[in-house]
Design a protein around this ligand. Sequence first.
Ligand code: PMP
Length: 457
Amino acid sequence: MDFTPERSDLLDKDRRHLWHSMLPYNAASPPMIVTEGAGSWITDIDGNRYLDGMSGLWCVNAGYGRKELAEAAYAQLLALPYYPLSQSHVPGIRLAEKLSEWLEDEYVVFFSNSGSEANEAAFKIARQYQQQHGEPGRHKLVSRYRAYHGGSAGALSATGQAQRKLKYEPLGGGFLHVRPPDSYRRPDGMTEEQFNLLCAQDLEDAIIWEAAESVAAVIMEPVITGGGILVPQQRYLDRVQEICARHGVLLIIDEVICGFGRSGRKFGHHNFGLKPDIVTMAKGLTSGYLPLSATAVRRSIYERFGSQGDYGHFRHVNTFGGNPAACALALKNLEIIEREGLVERARILGERLHAEMRTLLAHPLVGDIRSFGFLLGIELVADKATKQPASAETVKGIIGQCKSRGLIIGRNGDTVAGFNNVLTFCPPLSSTDEDVTFICETFKEVMNNQLEGTPVA
Ligand code: PMP
């Protein structure tokens, strides 16, 4: 297929026919038309190269241009392009087994195509499990403000960002939200530890006040990513696990971004020694090369299904979930991550990125810097004393200046709450040392220009 007609013609067709996610078409700043990628770098239709400091949308962990991944999918497409998982196929079996190995515990895996679907499946499994466990009233799901869990009805209901929900309410019933452990914005006079424990107590209070016998599960990421890289203390997650166990509430851990090495361990929750009942994953499972997601369920929970005749089965079908080519590609992706030691590499690169960026804490616009493996958030403020978030113009201006120097970074938080002020760095785990040098030097140059009064825009 030839995809190389004129840029202006393509942009015109883009404007007329393509509905982009998140941003409306803006003639003053039209979308990049990306044509190629290699390693951590992408190239647009005009031949401009950019270091993709966001791995696409937190996906391309193994980097761009991996021929081996394309070949794994190609071979599987020729052998067997499709068969539903009401029966079985070899790549599906092998991948499910491999994911259990990566999870370092015994899990049974249900495949879907996206992170949202993986979370929807988790909610249904949690509710049905509770019913079949003699707890028919347990249907509520608890999550945190600022967290993102997906765009479909249930996953959006669990999402705690007003900007994503305002125009679409009312959403599903039975979802409630609690305070996230945003230590930077803790109340004055409180230590970080006191605040983390307060947030955990908030969760327990919500469960108690809602009536524990009405709550099916809690869903959380190990570290809130899209809501601004909010890293909890170990004690917070210890308490969360203890609270869930004490009240008979399942713990669902969303590893859609934190999984597959991003955190410097295979899964984000491994850093905290958590033992989740259900783990959801997507994005990095295939490094974004094909759509695939998974809901891994602890074997003891799975065994509850099917124990009551036909009615006891999980009544949930996903036509494309566990597509053989996507499973074959995912297996190859995991093999590459293991072979090249990318989990360990993420830890090393993340430590370096954090250490180098920390010098920016002296910058008047930088309120806080937080990291989790090879994932970094820099919170920009207009005033360090009041912590008033930097304006959208300032944040966008810095991102624009990075882009004009060939570096793509992200921005996260919640526009409605006024906290869309966290610059986000999530480069491929396969990045080279030179790539990290480029990220740090480019970003610091842009930040230093702000000091010299260079207009932001
Ligand atoms: N959970 C988290 C933590 C995510 O970041 C996302 C997507 N950004 C999702 C779920 C939803 O994934 P998808 O867009 O593949 O549906």
